[in-house]
Design a protein around this ligand. Structure first.
Ligand code: AMP
Ligand code: MG
Length: 346
């Protein structure tokens, strides 16, 4: 298949509107379009079309038991696809449009291939103007997982999408670098309780302003055993993985630096280091993540740096183990999975 590659900087100009109409036509007729969102790029198909969902799984090489997120233009559109509750509208008021996905019991209007046979559906209303304009142009929800090959880091730039998806989709819309850089926070509504299935830019602290009762699903922090079934099927897969092994270092900053200095003499190391450590780690391929306390910058650059680390041809990639607080929890969750839970105490 030939993939058309287009750029949109401002979705309101006439030229962009023409591109969005063309993209919407592709989606309505069962094709696939990659589009930018504020979290990461999405691989979109018609959310009410059984066969479009199947095409998405094939394009990503994604196991068909890992459901897709339905993207809507307005929070109230959820009524057509799931059984909402007052808590949903409280979350919508606080965080939508934005990087929050909410899981609720599905209605029959959602094909079972979208939800991988589950009786719940995941809904998100993205804030990115191109994503929002595309959903409006299609006139129905867009089913979209992240636009990477299954197991690879989610793409935060169109050139990464191109690496993974050229020849597999009808169109790629380049809308610049993703602002957040990590996928949406996912919560499941259970009565008046929220279960956090995937941490993201909407943190537990922020959610707790709306919901008193929040439970963190075990798969967010730990590796599940073979026979355990996660609430979110995606949590069981090794994910975001670079090709070289990633090792997370748990310890005081000075001990981490000492350990790295000795490793650099023995191996070809790529290191995701804090900006101010760069001068102490000569001889390694350095990928600065930002300042130690700037978790927003670290989230923004993580997937880019994991992809770049692979291109260095290193034997091993090292990074600091992130804290489990605030936005750190989202970084922690992505990095322990990218590292297949390889944590070294130093
Ligand atoms: P992605 O869009 O690639 O970040 O993947 C979507 C994530 O949402 C995956 O981890 C899925 O397992 C999760 N997901 C989607 N629908 C549901 C659902 N109904 N129940 C639980 N998790 C879901
Ligand atoms: Mg994904």
């Amino acid at each position: 298949m030939t993939t058309e590659f287009v750029k949109i900087t401002d979705p309101s100009v006439p030229e962009a509107k023409g591109i969005l109409e063309k993209a919407a036509d592709i989606v309505r007729s069962g094709g696939l379009v990659v589009f930018p969102t504020e979290t990461v790029y999405g691989l979109g198909g018609c959310g009410t079309d059984e066969s479009a969902a199947k095409k998405i799984y094939a394009a990503k090489g994604r196991p068909a038991d890992n459901p897709l997120i339905l993207h809507i233009a307005e929070p109230s559109e959820a009524e057509d696809y799931c059984y909402t509750s007052p808590l949903y509208y409280e979350l919508a008021k606080a965080f939508m449009p934005g990087p929050l996905t909410v899981i609720m019991p599905k209605k029959d209007s959602v094909p079972s291939s979208v939800t991988a046979g589950l009786d719940t559906v995941a809904l998100r209303c993205p804030e990115h103007p191109v994503a929002n304009a595309l959903i409006r142009a299609v006139g129905s929800p867009i089913a979209a997982p992240s636009a990477n090959l299954s197991g690879k880091p989610s793409p935060t730039r169109a050139d990464y999408v191109f690496e993974d998806m050229n020849g597999r989709v009808d169109m790629i819309i380049d809308g610049g670098e993703s602002e957040i850089g990590l996928e949406s926070t996912i919560v499941m509504i259970k009565g008046d309780k929220l279960i956090l299935l995937r941490p993201g830019a909407i943190t537990c602290d922020a959610l707790s302003l709306v919901a008193k009762n929040i439970e963190i699903a075990p798969a967010v922090l730990e590796m599940l055993s073979e026979d355990e079934k996660p609430l979110s099927p995606g949590m069981k897969y090794k994910h975001y993985a670079p090709d070289s092994p990633l090792v997370l270092l748990d310890g005081e900053e000075k001990d981490v630096v000492n350990y790295l200095q000795s490793e650099i003499r023995l191996k070809k190391c790529a290191i995701l280091c804090y900006d101010d450590e760069a001068g102490m780690l000569e001889g390694a391929c350095l990928l600065p993540v930002g300042k130690k306390d700037d978790l927003t910058a670290q989230a923004h650059s993580l997937f880019t740096l994991l992809r770049d680390a692979d291109k260095t041809g290193c034997d091993v990639i090292y990074a600091h183990l992130p804290p489990k607080t605030g936005l750190g929890l989202a970084l922690y969750n992505r990095m322990i999975r990218a590292a297949a839970h390889t944590i070294k105490k130093v």
